[in-house]
Design a protein. Structure first.
Length: 289
């Protein structure tokens, strides 16, 4: 790998060195507007977000539920393009938190793999995750990201066999993303902690990369319950839903308060719970409340 950018180095240090799991917060670029989105990202950091995840708006988001999809559609209707993603990353990086971009493959292929990687590096991103890009087609992207010095976090399907996990681990840098449930974003049903524990244990056996969880971690209580298994948690729908439900200042206040509640829950993770991450003790299912 070429020399990593300062942002990529910062992300690595954060996920390897933090005592508490890092809180990542997702927001689509250009939502609710480019300037208000940047202001929200800065406010999220002030309330405890350690990593910012910026989404590339797209009309086809197979891993996302109705809330994130609606936010993407809103951003696209109001003219959000890849240039807005780069601008959002550039301004979000000023918050001091590492910024990771989440994009589906179609917008990257249309924009160009090398311009995408180089543009993100120049804007100050730590990396980008492309969850729907098959590994056997990912060579050009991985090479471009390595040349640019940014991370390539990888999405690990819950049904991945050992061979696929090995290949995912070889392609990953920055983190490996472990969905907490096999559902689209915004899921608020039951969360099976025992199954998640088994999956994260398999991931840690396959890689030295930090494991970050998301999808289905819909409340601060759930974040606290998942924390012992991972180095970070990314939440998106809980922060975006208030912006959709209550446009304007009231929605922004609710969104920022939600981030604060998640951050407080992770910081309150007790030392008693931590051995679950280190030794793989079993856990129970956590119902939605």
């Amino acid at each position: 790998m070429n020399t990593q950018t300062p942002a990529a180095v910062q992300l690595t240090h954060l996920l390897h060195q933090n005592a508490d799991p890092a809180l990542g917060v997702f927001l689509p670029a250009g939502y609710p507007t480019p300037s208000k989105g940047v202001d929200l990202l800065h406010a999220f950091v002030q309330q405890g977000a350690a990593v910012l995840e910026v989404g590339v708006p797209t009309g086809s988001a197979p891993l996302d539920g109705p809330v994130i999809s609606a936010a993407y559609e809103h951003a696209l209707r109001h003219g959000a393009r890849m240039a807005d993603v780069m601008d959002t990353v550039r301004h979000a990086a000023d918050s001091g938190a590492p910024v990771v971009v989440m994009s589906y493959w179609s917008p990257v292929a249309e924009y160009g793999v090398e311009p995408f990687a180089q543009g993100l590096a120049e804007a100050g991103a730590a990396g980008a995750m492309i969850p729907d890009l098959p590994l056997d087609q990912a060579g050009p992207w991985l090479a471009a990201a390595r040349t640019a010095g940014i991370h390539t976090p990888q999405f690990a399907p819950r049904d991945a066999d050992e061979n696929l996990l090995t290949r995912i681990s070889a392609a990953a840098s920055g983190w490996i993303y472990a969905p907490a449930v096999t559902a689209a974003t915004g899921y608020r049903g039951e969360l099976d902690l025992e199954a998640l524990n088994r999956f994260t244990t398999r991931l840690r056996a396959a890689t030295a990369q930090p494991v970050v969880a998301g999808i289905g971690i819909s409340t601060p209580l759930r974040a606290r319950a998942v924390a012992p298994y991972v180095s970070g948690i990314v939440m998106g729908t809980p922060a975006v839903r208030p912006l959709l439900e209550t446009p304007g200042a009231a929605g922004r206040t609710r969104s920022i308060g939600c981030v604060r509640a998640f951050a407080e829950a992770l910081h309150a993770t007790t030392a008693v719970a931590r051995p679950l991450r280190d030794h793989g003790h079993a856990a129970h299912s956590l119902p939605h409340h």
